[in-house]
Design a protein around this ligand. Structure first.
Ligand code: SIN
Length: 542
């Protein structure tokens, strides 16, 4: 074990370089030095993979009001209305600012002065989804924010980036976060003293075996916040995107909701357009409804019985699908499929976490000095089911608001900021294989026990299996060594535990949380948010 006495300090650490983290870092750099920590290279985040677009009301007050109602409607009785009001009211200004910084959304006739093109997605009452390069909206938003942040870094050196670095812990003194522990690509762990930390580390799709999320989405920020004593909220609400590509041995590539916005049908293996049996809005019903319908049509209790479900665009005329959806078309072509001529096999996959670190409307968590924004946070803005394409907007609006709060609350460095020597960690080959095996087991268990359709027996089985996994991880942790994958495994176990506990406690069905044994919504007892602290779940009306 090698040690050095180097100890760092910086004003603000932002964990995560997706839309929320970058938007906040740009704001914070006006008042201090910002260290943006990202687990891989800059740009690798859930934001980058967002395809369909960013929902924003660009047609005045009436559109803002309708966007609010659509958001509240999709959230199935649990949206915290003041949060949704801020989202839809501040959204247009944040998107305009992003366009000023160079984000190029698709416009009529490919003309930079042309009208912005807007598409429709599920549960939106009108077309209001801006998109870029057809189906690569997140990548364009990420590109423009990274470029703007780099420009600030070049001109006044206020933003530094720590790529291939993960946050592994928070140091709390006197109820206040005073430092963050970081692990870099060389497995060197070091402690950085801070004035404040913003967790914008995204979601935890990797907690499930089937996910549209990239490998980095392991819920690290949520886990370290919980470990430090911060409250989590609404952890039972994990959104399953209805249409991920379903080919054996192929990752669950996202097939954007915008495909259905442009007219795609869903068919079962008898060719039936089955959404007619589930919801009046058919394929554009709220996402949780469509995902469950696909699960019911497609997944037998025994995987051997499973039936295929397909996305069908063969009837769609009047648009060139390879131009409107170039990224999706290219990916499908590598597997011999075409939107114009083929039925595309689909199945739901874990996509977005509505729950997360509990915050107020300005990103303040329940710990002083700790803030959260974007998918890692829970303001209650999405309730039990997020409206399509509201997540990028959430990152912009609440990333900027969290930065504002950090600057307003700032009381400087704590006098007693904890220090620790830099340490080189490591893990042997055998232990590394064991960690991978435990992660795989956890992911399969969560899919089987806390997926789209839940019940007490399966949730309890999930808790029992997680207890065994956590025990095995504890033994690995106890030998004093470590690695990024071991930290990720611990984070996944922590997030999985929170999902299971909250899902067991909510004995009703609402939004993305469906209980076979309590299949109705129960407003009398559960029009409330679940709040977890130190493993204890309670319900609160906000
Ligand atoms: C999609 O393109 O379907 C994803 C958009 C979202 O998650 O809101």
């Amino acid at each position: 074990m090698v040690q050095s006495s180097q100890v760092d300090r910086t004003d603000f650490v932002v964990v995560g370089a997706g839309v929320a983290g970058l938007r906040a870092a740009i704001e914070l750099a006006s008042q201090g030095e910002v260290l943006v920590v990202t687990k891989e290279s800059l740009g690798e985040s859930n934001t980058h993979y967002a395809q369909g677009g960013i929902a924003v009301a660009t047609e005045g007050r009436e559109d803002v009001a309708l966007h609010l109602e659509d958001t509240v409607g999709a959230g199935d009785g649990l949206v915290f209305r003041p949060a949704a009001e801020l989202l839809v009211q501040e959204g247009p200004g944040r998107v305009a600012e992003l366009i000023d910084w160079g984000a190029a959304f698709d416009r009529e006739n490919h003309n930079p002065q042309g009208e912005l093109l807007r598409t429709r997605e599920a549960a939106h009452s009108r077309p209001r989804i801006l998109h870029a390069n057809g189906d690569a909206t997140g990548a364009e938003i990420s590109r423009s924010l990274v470029a703007h942040a780099r420009e600030i870094a070049r001109s006044h050196c206020r933003i530094r980036f720590a790529e291939w670095t993960m946050a592994t812990g928070l140091v709390v003194e006197g109820g206040r976060v005073v430092a963050v522990d970081l692990l870099d690509a060389q497995n060197v762990s070091r402690r950085v003293g801070v004035r404040a930390v913003l967790l914008a580390s995204g979601g935890a799709g990797q907690v499930y075996s089937d996910t549209t999320n990239p490998a980095v989405a392991t819920g690290d920020g949520i886990a370290i916040a919980a470990q430090a004593g911060a409250e989590l909220a609404d952890m039972e609400f994990y959104q399953f995107h209805p249409t991920a590509l379903s080919l054996p041995g192929v990752p669950r590539f996202l097939l954007s909701e915008a495909l259905r916005g442009e007219g795609a049908y869903l068919r079962n293996d008898c060719g039936e357009r089955f959404m007619e049996r589930y919801h009046a809005q058919l394929e554009l019903a709220p996402r949780d409804v469509v995902a469950r319908a696909i699960a019911r049509e497609g997944m037998g209790a025994n995987p051997a019985d499973s039936r295929l479900v397909y996305l069908d665009m063969r009837h769609v005329t009047g648009i060139d699908l390879t131009v409107r959806f170039p990224g999706i078309s290219r990916f499908l072509a590598t597997h011999g499929l075409s939107l114009q001529t083929d039925l595309i096999p689909v199945r739901p996959a874990a996509h977005y976490m509505m729950g997360g670190i509990r915050t107020d409307l300005d990103g303040r968590t329940t710990l002083q000095g700790l803030y959260a924004a974007g998918e890692a946070a829970c303001t209650g803005v999405h309730g039990a089911n997020r409206l399509a394409s509201n997540s990028l907007l959430e990152g912009l609006v609440f990333g900027a608001r969290a930065a504002g709060a950090i600057l307003a609350d700032d009381s400087g460095f704590s006098q007693t900021a904890a220090t620790a020597a830099a340490t080189v960690l490591g893990l042997g080959d055998e232990e590394t294989s064991l960690v991978e095996a435990l992660i795989g087991r956890l992911q399969r268990s969560m899919w089987a026990h806390a997926g789209l359709l839940r019940e007490e027996t399966t949730l309890r089985q999930g808790i029992a299996e997680l207890t065994e996994i956590a025990l095995a991880l504890r033994q690995l942790n106890e030998n004093g060594r470590g690695s990024r994958r071991l930290f990720e495994a611990n984070a996944l176990a922590s997030v999985a535990g929170s999902i299971l506990r909250a899902a067991l406690a909510r004995t009703e069905s609402r939004g993305a949380h469906f209980r076979n044994d309590f299949s109705r919504r129960d407003d009398v007892h559960f029009q409330k948010h679940s709040v977890e602290r130190n493993g204890e779940v309670r319900f609160e009306a906000w």
